[in-house]
Design a protein around this ligand. Structure first.
Ligand code: FMN
Length: 213
């Protein structure tokens, strides 16, 4: 192979940064009693179509971890761009110290399959049952949830796609100055929703093939 020098790249801190723009989640949990809580999560990934499952890494020191063990259910709420401050707050403050529902005034909404509330202000809420807990490292376990019900804000999506004029929070992360001091959390917006160009030579040639595996 004729390798090129990588002079078009520069190195960046924190390995996963090119994948940093995403809809973050508020993971809602409820204890054996009535204690409800939520944290901000970015370490999660959907896996598979049907059944729809999701893997989320949860720090053992969080209240969320304790509540997940108590009830084995959770809700993942997708915030709107109006909920930036809630996302920053819930990623910084623990439910061990503050009642985050009370502090934010978010609206608890009746779920359909689990006993953990949905967040009324969110653009989407998914109800999950924990089907597996996988030890990962000293600080973290992975929780696999199976989606039991999905609720999308009326008018926000067309089929499975966000509409162009919908407003999910697209979170970019923290910007730092040259001394490493935080300049705050940043986010972006959906600008256009575009279909892949199926007439381009690559797709025109290969998408005609019958899928083999
Ligand atoms: C952008 C961002 C993403 C985060 N992602 C996760 C995550 O995926 N899993 C996790 O356990 N903590 C994550 N955290 C940290 C928790 O949100 C934070 O420790 C929170 O205060 C724990 O709340 P709790 O104790 O009420 O559960 C994240 C924090 C931020 C700011």
């Amino acid at each position: 192979m004729d390798w090129k020098d990588p002079d078009m790249f520069e190195s960046a801190e924190h390995g996963n940064k090119p994948f940093a723009i995403r809809v973050p989640a508020l993971v809602v949990s409820r204890g054996a009693g009535d204690r409800i809580n939520f944290l901000t999560a970015m370490w999660f990934t959907p896996t598979g179509f049907e059944p729809s499952r999701l893997v989320v890494a949860i720090l053992k020191r969080t209240l969320t971890y304790k509540l997940l063990l108590e009830r084995g259910e959770f809700v993942m709420s997708a915030p709107t761009d109006k909920m930036m401050e809630v996302v920053v707050f819930a990623g910084y403050i623990s439910g061990y110290d503050v009642d985050k529902w009370k502090a934010t005034g978010l609206t608890p909404v009746m779920p359909s399959r689990v006993s953990v509330p949905l967040i009324g202000e969110a653009i989407g809420n998914v109800e999950y049952q924990v089907i597996q807990q996988i030890p990962f490292d000293d600080e973290t376990d992975l929780f696999v949830g199976e989606a039991l019900a999905t609720h999308v804000k009326k008018g926000a999506m067309e089929g499975e796609l966000y509409r162009e004029d919908s407003n999910p929070l697209l979170y970019m992360g923290t910007k730092y100055d040259s001394q490493g001091k935080s300049l705050g959390k940043f986010y972006t917006h959906i600008g256009v929703v575009e279909k892949a160009d199926y007439d381009c030579p690559l797709l025109k040639e290969y998408l005609r093939w019958e899928k083999r595996r």
